[in-house]
Design a protein around this ligand. Structure first.
Ligand code: SAH
Length: 248
């Protein structure tokens, strides 16, 4: 599934926003990350010139925003709803996700269903009744002594996490399994290690009487790399050349 289609399934819901500028900034934050579905629950003033100004070139997100009277209406059609809170886990009785987990889970669900990320009022956040409509809660890790982000900043961060997660998801989908010709088998590696050991002994680099774990350490070194068959061929060619020059 393409990033665009995944993100189209993620809707941002803002509850009773009092500063129209924040609606515009949230729209801009969304558009930079590829999100476009915005629901506004009883905004104090909308449409509003301040919202348009703050949205910069994201006024299309505002033009398509859906204004509703209740959170229930904003969630119609959604299968997974996440509430966001400036309060951290210690002050909440819920299991709280961090922003990264939220992005990953939202994207996961959004591949097959509609997801809503809900944001509270600037001055008082989300009510308990509203939280009861959510399946999960997210808190963006912040300074515990000053944890309340500006509304649009919170939208920006969660939208960013959704974008990053959707990109890695799309990448996983696109990268086909490597064909046999592209992977180095264990036996090819074993035969290389034997070749390497012979070359090291022949050239005097490795004393077979005192091997000092050299082969073990080299195996670990190679184990950390994702060597390709053509790279292995280069290494083998090098060993052949070394042994040949030793014979001369
Ligand atoms: N004084 C309010 C803060 C509201 S900030 C309160 O105590 O809840 C407006 C909204 O931005 C919040 O309701 C929440 O949806 C979001 N927000 C702000 N900081 C956040 C954070 N650290 N993690 C998650 N959401 C946050």
């Amino acid at each position: 599934m393409q990033v665009r289609n995944i993100l189209a399934n993620i809707r941002i819901v803002l509850i009773q926003t009092s500063h129209p500028g924040n609606i515009g900034s949230a729209a801009r934050a969304m558009k930079t990350m590829g999100l476009s579905t915005l629901y506004l629950v009883k905004p104090k003033s909308f449409p509003d010139a301040q919202a348009t100004t703050m949205s910069s070139n994201a006024s299309d997100v505002l033009d398509n925003a859906v204004v509703v009277d209740s959170l229930q209406e904003a969630l119609v059609g959604c299968e997974w709803v996440v509430g966001s809170s400036a309060r951290d886990a210690r002050s909440l009785t819920w299991d709280v996700m961090d922003a990264r987990t939220c992005g990953e889970q939202a994207v996961n669900k959004a591949t097959s269903a509609k997801v809503a990320l809900v944001f509270g009022r600037e001055n008082s956040g989300i009510t308990n009744d509203e939280l009861a409509l959510c399946h999960s809660l997210v808190h963006i890790p912040t300074n515990p002594e000053y944890s309340s982000l500006n509304l649009a900043s919170a939208v920006q961060l969660l939208s960013y996490e959704c974008r990053v997660a959707s990109q890695s998801f799309a990448l996983e989908q696109e990268s086909p399994e490597k064909s046999e010709a592209e992977v180095v088998t264990v036996d090819a590696m074993e035969s290389y290690y034997q070749h390497l050991e012979t070359a090291m002994v022949e050239t005097g680099f490795l004393d077979p009487e005192k091997p000092k774990h050299l082969m073990t350490r080299l195996r670990r070194l190679y184990g950390r790399t994702e060597i390709s068959p053509s790279e292995l061929n280069i290494l083998r060619g090098m060993l052949v050349a070394l042994l040949r020059s030793k014979e001369k």
